[in-house]
Design a protein around this ligand. Structure first.
Ligand SMILES: [Ca+2]
Ligand SMILES: [Ca+2]
Length: 380
């Protein structure tokens, strides 16, 4: 028998204010076999209401009072669509969880899966953590998904982080189905657990494996005798991607790390913006247009305070004497947050008039010139 990985959806509620846990689970067409609903409680069995996508009420949960759980197995292949559940706690301060697992509907079509991990199991402040999630269908990367990590400290403090597949900051390669982000928002020592949720639909796509050679660095151009020699434009992904025509939702949990040396009280800002690694300059008539992926104030998280851009006719002079070179007016350049590729625009764009007709290079944006007021380390 072919064993395909189980896909998970998990929801936990600490019901201090509300006595209800209501939500939906999406079973897409790649899933449906061995679909299993598991409800747990900490005090008293809740009332459980479940409706299939056609609205039919399903009531035959098996109750195991001793283990404080109830479960239901859907025979055959579960209906594709939105399943709705409603758990009603019978007592205050109840903790309810619901976990739904399902296997591939067909052995020839692998389901979309997400798995989550961190760069190290144990870490010492102030070293940053990196959170990764891989969204795949079989071995095929899924791009354009909305991937959110929830990081919970041992005392229950949670931080949400949108993971990005933009090839900037913590993310090594753009559009490879691995979504990444730095995490530095430590609140205490001890264990932090990681949960990741990936949602996708019409903005998502399968990326063809034929294209994996493009993981090699793309070099947009070089300079010969102060003239820019161009490579053809960066290869477009569209012809090698296949859109996903239905919504999907997956969760992954189980990863954790342990922090030490986190001081008490408010933490100083020790984290500089991450380097800009994808700066592109293009000549547009009399203007030079610069495009780059926005870094964050703390690596790839938050918003930088400002960009400093300077120009010179001599690239050596610009490098050695950056602070005295001509400064481009960037008053109207409002730094943006690093954001997912869709639906928000990713790039910052600025334009500058050429100063002389023959002016081609050098125009330099130094990554060390990206500064944030609260971050003296980035001024070096
Ligand atoms: Ca990536
Ligand atoms: Ca900072």
């Amino acid at each position: 028998m072919l064993m395909s990985p189980r896909s998970h959806f998990r929801k936990q509620g600490r019901l201090t204010d509300s006595l209800q846990l209501n939500n939906t689970v999406l079973i897409d067409s790649t899933l449906g076999k061995d679909t299993f609903f598991l409800v747990t409680w900490s005090k008293q069995a809740p009332a459980i209401y479940l409706r299939d996508p056609k609205g039919t009420q399903i009531t035959n949960f098996a109750m195991d009072m001793a283990s404080k759980m109830a479960y239901l197995s859907i025979p055959g292949t579960a209906q594709v669509g939105i399943w709705t559940y409603n758990l009603e706690a019978k007592v205050n301060s109840e903790i309810l969880t619901i976990t739904v697992t399902s296997r591939a509907a067909s052995s020839s079509v692998p389901p979309i899966t997400v798995n989550a991990r961190v760069n190290t199991d144990t870490n010492s402040y102030p070293s940053p953590m990196i959170v990764y999630a891989e969204v795949l269908q079989g071995y095929t990367p899924i791009i354009g998904a909305q991937v959110t990590a929830t990081i919970e400290s041992s005392s229950g403090k949670t931080e949400e982080l949108v993971l990005l597949d933009n090839g900037a900051g913590a993310d090594a390669f753009k559009d490879d189905g691995t979504y990444s982000r730095y995490f530095t928002a430590y609140s205490e020592n001890g264990r932090y657990s990681l949960k990741v949720r990936a949602d996708g639909g019409t903005n998502s796509a399968r990326r063809s494996l034929r294209h994996s050679s493009s993981r090699a660095a793309y070099i947009p151009g070089w300079v010969v005798d102060r003239e820019i020699q161009g490579n053809p434009p960066r290869p477009k992904m569209t012809e090698d991607t296949q859109p996903i025509l239905e919504n999907f939702s997956r969760t992954a949990s189980g990863s954790a790390f342990v922090m030490s040396n986190v001081p008490n009280g408010p933490l100083p800002d020790l984290y500089p913006p991450s380097q800009i690694t994808d700066l592109q300059a293009t000549l547009e008539g009399e203007e030079i247009s610069l495009t780059w992926t926005a870094p964050g104030d703390d690596y790839d998280v938050g918003t930088v305070q400002q960009y400093i851009i300077r120009t010179s006719e001599n690239i050596i002079d610009l490098r050695d004497n950056f602070n005295n070179s001509h400064r481009v007016d960037t008053t109207n350049l409002k730094p943006k947050k690093p954001t997912p590729r869709k639906p928000l625009p990713l790039n910052q764009k600025i334009s500058q008039k050429k100063m002389q007709p023959t002016y081609s290079l050098p125009l330099k944006v130094s990554t060390t010139a990206i500064s944030t007021q609260d971050c003296p380390t980035s001024h070096k």
